[in-house]
Ligand binder design. Structure first.
Ligand code: PLP
Length: 362
């Protein structure tokens, strides 16, 4: 960078690294929590027909009304709640933070959790506080409550289930944090389809709670669509911050179409949940590997060998996973693996068993 950029770009932006997405060409891709299943030929043809009829010379519907109706009915979102769509839930995090970024305002989240909470706090000039989870990856309630009291966060993010640990935090602990919080609490339910648990029915009880979800993990990652719902006193304000045409015309139509085939997506979700159990047992059977309980479409695994070496050895065997544990701390020696198709999972287990047995133990 030049002296000029250094003098003009904010120090906290200069200090961070860009979000890194490793190349995956030709690899079995188990690093990003994607649904491994694609659409049937019949579905693709009908979809192509719907795409064919779109006029891309026109701006999209700024309200995305048809898509919102489809989301409300697919996920039973009561008409009394406001609903705001984002270009992925990443954008919703940015919208919420932008609206709440008063000078000196604080974002709070347990750690380890989704990295965008911290990144977007930095982007929006907010103060960020991460509170470590306990050794079992549960919320450390005492630490969370004292951080809430001390920091008075304007905004708290809780991922339910949590990424990258995969577990559902204790409901009573979350409720206690919501009740103690002076600010807004966002329950991030990105893995809702796999979890069978939600805070949506608690919205009427807690005016400082909103629920955020995404269609990414349920099989539509390429469309970039997240949705946020809760009391209109919040959602009406967030709607002002949303850029007018953030959900493009192709995404609006494709997501509306996909929700008409919800049963197919649900079947895929069921298959992934069943396969999660199979994969968990297979990895647990590898000498020295510890698999943590997961309510999501991925597994957190502590491995008995040096993680960076394992990560590259697996890549050499054609399997891409996420390395989490290069440093010390709660995730030391941990990797995260997305649940793939049965044959992909078998390839992972075979490669992992071989690499673990060949690498020096830690
Ligand atoms: C993947 C993920 C998201 C982001 O989802 P997008 O809608 O694809 O931006 C948000 N929160 C958590 C916890 C996630 O794991």
């Amino acid at each position: 960078m030049t002296a000029e950029t250094k003098s003009l770009v904010r120090d906290e932006i200069v200090a961070i690294n860009a979000y890194h997405v490793p190349p995956a060409q030709g690899l079995i891709k188990l690093d990003a929590m994607e649904n491994p299943y694609t659409w049937t030929e019949a579905m693709r043809e009908e979809w192509a027909q719907r795409m064919h009829n779109i006029d891309v010379n026109r701006y999209p519907d700024p309200q995305a009304s048809a898509l919102k109706d489809a989301l409300r009915s697919a996920f039973t979102i009561d008409s009394e709640y406001g609903l705001v769509l984002g270009n992925g839930s990443d954008e919703l995090i940015q919208i919420i933070a932008t609206a709440l970024a008063r000078p000196g305002a604080t974002v709070l989240a347990p750690e380890p959790s989704f990295v965008m909470y911290r990144m977007i706090a930095v982007f929006t000039g907010m103060h960020y506080i991460g509170v470590p989870l306990d050794a079992d990856f549960n919320l450390d309630l005492d630490a969370m409550l004292s951080a809430v009291k001390r920091e008075q966060p304007a905004l708290t993010f809780i991922a339910y289930p949590n990424n990258p640990t995969g577990n559902l935090f204790d409901v009573e602990a979350i409720v206690a944090i919501v009740e103690a919080s002076p600010g807004l609490v966002v329950l991030d339910e990105a893995y809702f389809p796999f979890a069978g648990a939600s805070f949506a029915d608690q919205l009427s009880r807690y005016p400082n709670l909103v629920v955020m979800r995404t269609v990414s993990k349920m099989g539509l990652a390429g469309l970039r669509l997240g949705y946020l719902f809760g009391g209109t006193e919040w959602l009406d304000q967030f709607e002002k911050v949303r850029l007018p045409y953030n959900i493009n015309v192709l995404t609006q139509e494709a997501a509306t179409f996909a929700l008409e085939y919800r049963h197919q997506l649900d079947q895929q979700t069921d298959a992934i949940c069943a396969e999660r159990q199979v994969l968990s047992e297979a990895i647990s059977a590898i000498e020295g590997c510890e698999v943590f309980p997961s309510a999501a479409n991925f597994l957190l695994v502590r491995v008995p060998v040096e993680v960076c070496a394992l990560h590259s050895a697996l890549r050499n065997e054609g399997v891409l996973i996420k390395n989490l544990g290069a440093s010390e701390g709660l995730l030391a020696n941990c990797v995260r693996v997305t649940v793939g198709k049965p044959d992909e999972n078998r390839a992972l287990v075979t490669a992992m068993r071989q690499c673990v047995s060949q690498l020096p133990a830690v």
